[in-house]
Design a protein around this ligand. Sequence first.
Ligand code: MN
Length: 228
Amino acid sequence: MNFIFPPHAPSFVEVEGVSEYFPVHRIYCVGRNYAEHALEMGADPDREEPFFFCKPADAVVHHGSFLDFPSVTQNLHHEIELVVALQKGGKDIGFEEALDCVFGYAVGIDLTRRDLQGAAKKMGRPWDSGKAFDESAPCSAIRPATAIGHPQKGTISLDVNGETRQYGDLEQMIWKIPEVIMKLSQLFQLAPGDLIYTGTPAGVGPLQSGDLVHGRIEAIGELEITFR
Ligand code: MN
């Protein structure tokens, strides 16, 4: 097939322990999946139906990256999140089969221009400029589920310049991993290569130019990014 110009190379994430890369198809994100974070955002943490938004696949940023501070925002926020990487997709995936779709897990940061997101919320407009901007989806190497199983608990935390800002446990997730996959597959045809950012614990806050951001999830890995 001939194209009028070369197509973009696929986005990818490293896989721990092997030389092959995980090709990224789509990036889905879950909103408000930890009660304390829902409260700090002024929402009701009662098990309301999960909601989802997307980031472009090429928003992925690798561990150890140096990033330009995003344009326009006066209030860039960090959100540390467990990332689920799919090896299998489908529609209307059942609860029992959901975990078979998972290739592995990674540490992600859902970078958010909170000021733009807030303005969009207020005006009933889409969240894209607040959530789906360039380099908004840092992601660590993926640890395969064949090596670590499927985490149900474990500490999840984020430091900025060595100071802890976010701290929680995966067991605080309102919607568990199989439920997230099941619900998402009712809305979208999931596919191998999809990444799902599963929501953030409490403690989100602003980042500045020059900040060193370090996220970790017990048994999953570590992710570090620096803003120039
Ligand atoms: Mn998030």
